[in-house]
Ligand binder design. Structure first.
Ligand code: PGA
Length: 259
């Protein structure tokens, strides 16, 4: 946790979920209605097909709803894409950008991610910009170089603590059941914090830095208690409300410890 930074637990459903799964979102919306919502934010990013109906389910809940990608343009001949404006039109508040699966499957470069983040700001969405090294990059000790390059290339100059969240997701930890050591996460997050403070000053100090990659109820408390880890971006374990809420609830203990 970082002092004065409000944690965020964000779920990324990826290409999972049909109307049948809406019960999980309803259960999450109800599950985050307790007093912890004064201190911790919760967000779920279902596939775009469920976005509008998911936001309708969350109107009376602090659970926010976001999307998993947007185009860099507002509209135009881009078959299959959706724009940041369309997400905002569905009452989405956030958009995940530059996830490693998009960098790999769709050839998204830092430059494209930066343009998408700028489009998100235009539509008054918060961009969750993902960075992280591959296994080969980790093995060649270039993790911090990769993070520096991706942060410089993917985060627009207009980034603030309100409109930008950074998610550190080591590619090899995503969906693998393996996480870095607490010490490695500490090093990566402290490095990102110093890079962001150098570039954005006080805004960088307050920007939320999420950890993502195999976060589960069983390891969430340990991961969320690392310095400069201000929440999680959760894939597989966000598909079930019970798991998502168990991860969110670790802050009951962690916040009590800081009081
Ligand atoms: P995972 O995915 O929690 O299933 O590892 C995380 C992510 O890709 O955001």
């Amino acid at each position: 946790m970082s002092p004065d930074v409000r944690p965020l637990i964000a779920g990324n459903w990826k290409m999972n979920g049909t109307r049948q799964s809406l019960g999980e979102i309803k259960a999450m919306a109800e599950g985050v209605m307790g007093p912890l919502s004064d201190r911790v934010d919760a967000l779920i990013c279902p596939p775009a097909t469920l976005l509008y109906v998911a936001t309708a389910l969350c109107t009376d809940s602090p659970l926010m709803v976001g999307a998993q990608d947007c185009h860099r343009n507002v509209s135009g001949p881009h078959t299959g894409d959706i724009s940041a404006e369309m997400i905002a039109d569905c009452f989405g508040t956030h958009v995940i950008l530059g996830h490693s699966e998009r960098r790999t499957d769709h050839g998204e470069t830092d430059h494209i991610v930066r343009d998408k983040a700028a489009a998100a700001y235009q539509a008054e969405l918060t961009a969750i910009i993902c960075v992280g090294e591959t296994e080969d990059e980790r093995d060649s000790y270039s993790t911090l170089d990769v993070l520096r390059r991706q942060l410089r290339g993917s985060v627009p100059d207009g980034a603030t603590a309100d409109n930008t969240v950074i998610a550190y997701e080591p590619v090899w930890a995503i969906g693998s059941g393996v996480t870095p050591t607490a010490e490695d996460i500490d090093v990566a997050h402290s490095f990102m914090r110093s890079e962001l403070v150098r570039r954005f000053g006080d805004e960088g100090r307050h920007m939320r830095l999420l950890y993502g990659g195999s976060v589960k109820p069983a390891n969430a408390e340990k991961l969320m208690s690392i310095a400069n880890v201000d929440g999680a971006l959760v894939g597989g374990a966000s598909l079930k409300a019970d798991d998502f809420l168990a991860i969110y609830s670790v802050y009951e203990g962690l916040i009590a410890e800081t009081l």
